[in-house]
Design a protein around this ligand. Sequence first.
Ligand code: PEP
Ligand code: MN
Length: 426
Amino acid sequence: MALEASAPVEKKPAEPREWSPASWRDRPAEQIVDYPDPDALARVERRLSGSESLVDIADIIHLRASLARVANGDAVMVQGGDCAESFAEFNADKVRVTYNLLLRMGALLRAASGGEVVHLARIAGQFAKPRSSSNETIGDVTLPSYRGDAVNGPAFTVAARTPDPKRLLDAHRQAKVTIELLQAYASASYADLPQVYREVGLSELPRPVAMFTSHEALLLNYEQALARYDDASEQWWATSGHMLWIGDRTRQLDGAHVEFARGVSNPVGLKCGPSLKTDDFLRLIDRLDPDNTAGRLVLIGRFGASNIAEHLPELMRATRREGRKAIWSVDPMHGNTRTVEGLKTRMVGDIVAEVRTFFEIAAAEGVHPGGVHLEMTGSDVTECIGGSVKLAREDLGRRYLTHCDPRLNEGQALDVAQAVAELLAQ
Ligand code: PEP
Ligand code: MN
């Protein structure tokens, strides 16, 4: 009998098991919410499963096509909004000012690049936060950390901090209203695009701007309940938002969050922070975008102004070497957080510095700088320091409204957009 053992055996990485919207439940999960009443959670999940999709699958497909143009170097994306949406701060005007701000930032980028700009609001689902510690201690009292309004309340009381699944229904309702408002603003040209375009010197008549929604896919019970199978495309889609991303704390290759995201066909973002090793990074890309499809994966670097030069070049080189079509974008917020007089803040100077270095590295590595991801609000807050509005540390206390990370205000967000525009124009 001929021995065939010496024939080369092709070594393949282990295939992930079959996917279902619930397959994440067999995987280890970080940042898990400990609900005291699992039956109440199951009832909420059933309600959400029976609800309509929040976003249309056709629009998600539209976004994928737009992001494919970003991936090919023909467009850029601007993504921004609150760190965390809140129930208490919600009103139509707040949605309108954030919408208008994104349009104005997009117009700046459009005027500079001459190309298409894809607008993604961090909204209508951004209600949950990963936390570095699951508990918070004040004096001799220890309570669960605040994890965002979809989970529990910010007040330091047992009642507020106990996770309540009904909050998922409130978040869902607010997301639905927010999406309806965004649609109304878009179709009524509420933002007065011609005026916005004149301000930045664009003379052509603007076309309607599509405003897509995005959030971190952190609460997988919610995401699973809103996942829908589409007969036409024969694919599963997350219908909680157009684009979802995986946070820097929940990007474990075999973890629950990556498992959920790999099976839905939406554009997916992956936050890439300083602890991400190149090997794991490439495995994550394989897992999330096995077919290397332009418009599927957005890599969002968030290293910090003083760390980016150490970490980003190797990762960008790896994507280029492997011929990866994933988009590279930069989040210059999350690596630049510092505490000043007990308040979390960020310096506009650090934010712009990280964006600049991102563009320099992208140019050196021959990678298209695909966009920017910001925590910002059109409201007049004083949470970040610097910018043309010249906010100083003494100003922080005046209108420090965030329950979570500090946001750029309108003027500061436009400063950062202007810096991006200048880099695009080079
Ligand atoms: C965020 O985007 O609010 C966030 C928590 O980011 P990261 O996962 O990059 O820390
Ligand atoms: Mn944040």
